[in-house]
Design a protein around this ligand. Structure first.
Ligand SMILES: C[S@@+](CC[C@H](N)C(=O)[O-])C[C@H]1O[C@@H](n2cnc3c(N)ncnc32)[C@H](O)[C@@H]1O
Length: 383
C-alpha cells in the first residue's frame, strides 16, 4: 500500500514554506456571495465585535447563522482559514503508524459543518496526489439549513460533486441519529462548534462519539481559544479519556498540569488571496488560532513516537502562561511533563533556540534530559 510521510503532506499543504489557501477556494467563496459589498463589510465588523465580546466570557456564544448576510460574512472572512484545519490535522498525525498508509476509503463526520471550511479542506487534500485515489464519504451536520445550502453551492462551484457528501440539518443538542449514516468514521471533526453549546449538550455529544469512531479513527476538536473553550478543552479531554479514547496530542494521560484551563493552542499565519466579490476585494483573516486536541482509539500518542526516536529524553508540551493575548515572543512557558511542571522564562526560552525550527511555540513538544537540566525542542504540529 502506498505510504504518506511528512514531506508528502508538506508538499500539498505548504507553498514556499507557508500554509496556504489555494486560489480556487477563495474564487469559489467570492462567487457564492450574494450580499452587496457594503452590507458584507458591515456584517464582517459586526461578527468581529460579537466574537471579541465573548473572549473573556465563560459561557456559550450566541450567534445566529440563519441570515444570508451573516453566512456571506462568515464565509468571506473566516471560512478560508478553516479550510486549513484538515491540512494541519494531516501534518500532525503523519507520525502516527495508523495514518502512514494511504487508505482506499475514508469516512468523515463533520459536526457543526456550517458553510463547510472542514469539508472544503478535506476534499481539496483528497484531490491531490497521492491521496486522490481514495474514496471519500462525508457526513456534514448543522442546525442551519441556509449554511448547509451555501456549503452545497461551494461544493458545486469547486466541482467536488463527485464525492459522497451527505448533508443533515439537525440540532445536535437533541438529534444525533444522523451521526450513524456512514459510521464508523476514520475522522470526526468538531471545529468551532463547542463554543456555541452548553456544558450539558457538550457532554452528551462527546459521549456519543467513541462508539462511532473507527478502530484506527481519529477525533479532532479545534476551537478558537477563549475563556470558555480553554476551560472546556480540559473537561473534554477528561471526558473522552474516561470514554476509552487516548489523547494523541497535546498532552497524554498522567502529565502534570497546574491549570484548570488549557493554554495549549496553536497560532499560525498563512497565505491567502483576497476574496473577490463582483469587482471588489475583501481582505481575509489570515491567522488561525485554535486549541488542538486529537484523540484516537489506539494507545499511541505523539510522545510514543518521540520516545521511540529519542529514548533518553523526557517529554512535555509547552504553553505560554499568563495573559493569552500578550506578545507571544515575550512570554514565559510552562511545560507539563509526566513528573513535573517546568517553568521556562522568556530569557531561557530564547537561550534554548538553536535554529529556526527550535523556537519554542505554543504546543511545542520539548524533550528534556533525564534530570531536566537541558532541553531540546524537537516537534511541533506546524513544522
Ligand atoms: C462558527 S460555525 C463553524 C462552522 C465550521 N465548523 C467551521 O469551522 O468553519 C458554527 C456552526 O455550528 C452550528 N451549530 C451551532 N449550534 C448547533 C447545534 N446545536 N446543532 C448543530 N449545529 C449547530 C452553527 O449553525 C454554525 O454553522
Amino acid at each position: 500500500m502506498p505510504v504518506i510521510n511528512l514531506e508528502t503532506i508538506q508538499g500539498i499543504v505548504k507553498r514556499d514554506g507557508s500554509l496556504f489557501v489555494p486560489e480556487p477556494i477563495t474564487e469559489a467563496i467570492g462567487a457564492c456571495i450574494k450580499s452587496n459589498h457594503a452590507d458584507l463589510l458591515l456584517e464582517i465588523e459586526r461578527l468581529k465585535r460579537i466574537y471579541a465580546s465573548y473572549v473573556q466570557r465563560d459561557e456559550p456564544m450566541v450567534v445566529d447563522y440563519q441570515g444570508q448576510v451573516t453566512i456571506d460574512a462568515y464565509s468571506a472572512n473566516y471560512l478560508p482559514r478553516n479550510t486549513l484545519i484538515p491540512k494541519i490535522l494531516f501534518l500532525s498525525i503523519v507520525e502516527h503508524p495508523a495514518f502512514r498508509d494511504i487508505p482506499r476509503e475514508v469516512r468523515i463526520l463533520d459536526l457543526g459543518s456550517g458553510t463547510g471550511g472542514i469539508v472544503l479542506g478535506f476534499l481539496d487534500l483528497f484531490q491531490k496526489e497521492p491521496l486522490c485515489r481514495t474514496n471519500v464519504k462525508l457526513v456534514c451536520c448543522d442546525a442551519s439549513k441556509p449554511s448547509l445550502a451555501h456549503q452545497m453551492r461551494l461544493l458545486q462551484k469547486l466541482k467536488f460533486a463527485n464525492y459522497e457528501v451527505w448533508h443533515a440539518t439537525v440540532d445536535l443538542k437533541s438529534n444525533r441519529s444522523a451521526l450513524l449514516r456512514f459510521a464508523p468514521y476514520d475522522f470526526i471533526v468538531i471545529a468551532n462548534l463547542l463554543t456555541e453549546l452548553s456544558p450539558e449538550h457538550i457532554d452528551n455529544l462527546l459521549l456519543s462519539l467513541p462508539d462511532i469512531l473507527a478502530k484506527k479513527g481519529l477525533l479532532l476538536i479545534a476551537e478558537a481559544p477563549r475563556l470558555y473553550t480553554t476551560k472546556l478543552t480540559v473537561h473534554a479531554s477528561q471526558l473522552l479519556r474516561n470514554g476509552g479514547l487516548n489523547q494523541f496530542y497535546s498532552c497524554p494521560p498522567g502529565h502534570q498540569c497546574s491549570s484548570e484551563r488549557c493554554y495549549v493552542w496553536l497560532q499560525t499565519s498563512f497565505e491567502c488571496p483576497n476574496v473577490k466579490v463582483g469587482t471588489r476585494l475583501i481582505r481575509v483573516t489570515n491567522t488561525l488560532k485554535t486549541t488542538w486536541v486529537l484523540f484516537c482509539r489506539s494507545k499511541y500518542s505523539i510522545y510514543d513516537f518521540l520516545c521511540e526516536k529519542y529514548p533518553n529524553l523526557k517529554w512535555g508540551c509547552a504553553a505560554p502562561f499568563g495573559q493569552e493575548f500578550d506578545i507571544e515572543e515575550k512570554m514565559d512557558y510552562q511545560v507539563c511533563t509526566p513528573d513535573k511542571v517546568i517553568n521556562i522564562t522568556h530569557s531561557r526560552a530564547k537561550a534554548l533556540v538553536r535554529d529556526k525550527k527550535s523556537v519554542i511555540l505554543r504546543g511545542s513538544i520539548i524533550g528534556f534530559t533525564k534530570d531536566y537540566s537541558k532541553a531540546s525542542i524537537l516537534w511541533h504540529p506546524l513544522y
